[in-house]
Design a protein around this ligand. Structure first.
Ligand code: DC
Length: 233
């Protein structure tokens, strides 16, 4: 009689969505969680930033939706996870640092309000994450990009705390800090009030308010949620 064949059941690779406002700690948590699980961390915001950079370079108005959609269609925006962190490639050029500058940050917030731009982004983000084994972070991942994600987290924090964290991250004070706080508030307003895919927690998202939590505490909580989601599969 033949022995029953031995099969190894590999845990299915999850799609984990982390949404929330700027400065809530999404990037840090998403990248640390991805490393722990051996997953890929995809920052959807970097794609909006890369398109915004190209619009700046090509002198295209941030209000010209058809031109921005055309620009997106002519672009190669790639998120490349590396051991040292994520790289963003725009038409094969590494723009990872440039897209973090203030002019691009402001432009990204403005180009992301257009439904046509968002539709292009969503299509590409879905293709990138379809195989699972990803932690994707942004504003509409759990509501729009992956409404069937295995785990949805909405990471929030008090606005004053988010501003302070950003200032500490960037080691800035005085007038520059005041500008940053104002920029952050304006971006928040735009994210939450735009007509298409405004920033909102998905009904089935786990909301974590990190105002009084350390980074390690937040990580512990999301890791626990991820393990639970894995066991349910
Ligand atoms: O997360 P971030 O700050 O790098 O995002 C840059 C901009 O892109 C931000 O102003 C909001 C927008 N964005 C979005 O509308 N939807 C996403 N999924 C990610 C970012």
């Amino acid at each position: 009689m033949s022995e029953p064949s031995e099969t190894t059941v590999l845990p299915r690779k999850l799609i984990i969505a982390i949404d929330g406002p700027a400065g809530a700690g999404k990037s840090t948590i998403a990248s640390r969680l991805a490393r722990k699980l051996g997953y890929v961390n995809l920052e959807s915001g970097a794609m909006y930033r890369a398109l915004a950079l190209k619009a700046i370079e090509k002198d295209i108005s941030f209000d010209d939706e058809p031109a921005l959609v055309k620009l997106a269609e002519q672009s190669h925006i790639k998120l490349e996870p590396t051991v040292g962190g994520n790289r963003t490639l725009l038409d094969a050029h590494d723009v990872s640092s440039r897209i973090r500058e203030r002019d691009v940050t402001e432009a990204a917030s403005r180009v992301s309000v257009h439904p046509g731009v968002r539709a292009w982004m969503v299509l590409h983000q879905r293709a990138m994450g379809a195989g699972g084994g990803i932690v994707m972070e942004g504003r509409d991942i759990g509501t729009k990009v992956f409404p069937d994600a295995d785990l949805k987290i909405f990471l929030d924090a008090d606005p004053v705390v988010r501003e302070q964290r950003r200032m500490e991250q960037q080691k800035i004070k005085g007038e520059v800090a005041a500008n940053l706080a104002e920029d952050l508030r304006e971006r928040d307003r735009r994210d939450r009030t735009r007509a298409t895919s405004p920033l909102v927690a998905a009904p089935d998202a786990v909301v974590i308010d990190s105002t009084k939590m350390s980074e390690d505490e937040v990580l512990e909580r999301v890791e626990e949620l991820a393990r639970k989601a894995l066991n349910l599969k």
